[in-house]
Design a protein around this ligand. Structure first.
Ligand SMILES: [Mg+2]
Length: 367
């Protein structure tokens, strides 16, 4: 069975990919979010030519070869685009075999604990605590992440003392018996990150994400070595060579690849296995309600070294207009703090035709 046609349906934020085989079977995937229109252009120009005509069911090596054929273009756009192809092929394989993707990679359908993940820094401690506590009480979440510092902030806070205020305030409001996580988004030098980390230790926070500029692996390792709590990261890292370095030097306690930044499920499985070999858990990054969270659910249900929970964005359609219209049936309902991987074949979703109609269409097919 060969790949015959690759279609994209995109706007600036989000782009879906449909792969069709020479026997007419179809699978749906997604390139990574934001500048998805540019990413789809890369998919047609630099990914599709290497994939058309290749085996649609045995594609691990095709995904690797794309990087080699395009070796002058390493980096995020090629991987984001490749992820669209890879995730569509996993969906196709699942549909042909009548199995959810998780079952194709050694997992099984079922529930998964989720953590409520805030994406905001423009929010005061009181308001953040209010909405997290509401989610605890209404949806049963038992784990929460909020933001400290400022993205790539060079030790300057979002506003003076926000970090020192929001950590104890939100932690106290949430109370005991829940897991508390914070994200620094590359905000701190090692010295400042260790200082913030001590405060986190004193306030019952168990996970300190991306404390230092993410490309400074040695800085992050300094923080990891100094603190007793988990230091985590890796969402941006999209090259396997980078992951070999991160895992080899143990710069983090928990690896957080993003399936769609990294180039798809196949490459994320490689990273998760590398982490498993040295005993590190994998908690994928999935910061929006496009396909990435669903892919992460299927992955987590299959990994022997799965982290404790799924990242579940709590930002509603008001900030991500597309979030609730993408799928005919929303796969992200939370009950008792858990989401559910169903036994529907592939990713188990149908892309909303109304959404597709409003996108820009492009196709590349075999001559
Ligand atoms: Mg993060």
């Amino acid at each position: 069975m060969k790949i015959e046609k690759i279609e994209t349906f995109t706007n600036r934020l989000i782009g879906f990919v449909r792969v069709t085989t020479d026997s007419g079977e179809k699978g749906w995937g997604q390139v990574s979010t934001y500048n998805a229109d540019i990413t789809c252009e890369v998919l047609h120009r630099q990914v599709a030519p290497h994939a058309l005509g290749t085996n649609a069911l045995d594609f691990g090596d095709t995904i690797e070869l794309i990087g080699e054929r395009e070796c002058k273009f390493p980096g995020t756009y090629l991987r984001r685009a490749t992820a669209g192809l890879d995730t569509a092929l996993w969906d196709l394989k699942g549909k042909i075999e009548g199995k959810p993707v998780t079952s194709l990679i050694g997992g099984s359908p079922g529930p998964l604990r989720a953590y409520a993940s805030s994406m905001r820094r423009d929010i005061a401690p009181e308001e953040e605590a209010d909405r997290l506590c509401r989610l605890r009480d209404e949806k049963g979440f038992t784990a929460f992440k909020w933001r400290v510092g400022k993205e790539c902030g060079r030790d300057v806070d979002q506003w003076p003392d926000r970090t020192e205020t929001i950590v104890p305030y939100v932690s106290k409001a949430l109370g005991d018996g829940v897991s508390k996580l914070v994200d620094g988004n590359s905000g701190f030098s090692p010295e400042r990150a260790i200082e913030v980390g001590r405060m986190l230790e004193d306030n019952g926070i168990s996970h300190f994400e991306e404390p230092c500029p993410y490309w400074e692996y040695a800085w992050t390792k300094q923080v990891t070595d100094a603190l007793s709590i988990d230091v985590t990261g890796g969402e941006q890292d999209c090259e396997i060579s980078a992951w070999k370095t991160i895992i080899g030097m143990r710069s983090v306690d928990v690896v957080q690849p993003d399936i769609l930044y990294l180039g798809g499920l196949s490459r994320t499985l490689q990273v998760a296995r590398m982490a498993a070999e040295v005993g590190l858990p994998c908690t994928p990054h999935s910061a929006n309600h496009g396909l990435v969270t669903l892919c992460s659910m299927h992955l987590l249900r299959a990994l022997p070294n799965a982290g404790k929970y799924l990242e579940y964005s709590i930002e509603g359609p008001y900030s991500q207009q597309w979030a609730d219209e993408l799928f005919v049936e929303r796969p992200y309902d939370v009950v008792d703090g858990k989401v559910e991987v169903t036994n529907a074949p592939g990713w188990g979703i149908e892309v909303n035709p109304t959404f597709l109609q409003a996108t820009t269409y492009a196709v590349t097919e075999r001559d």
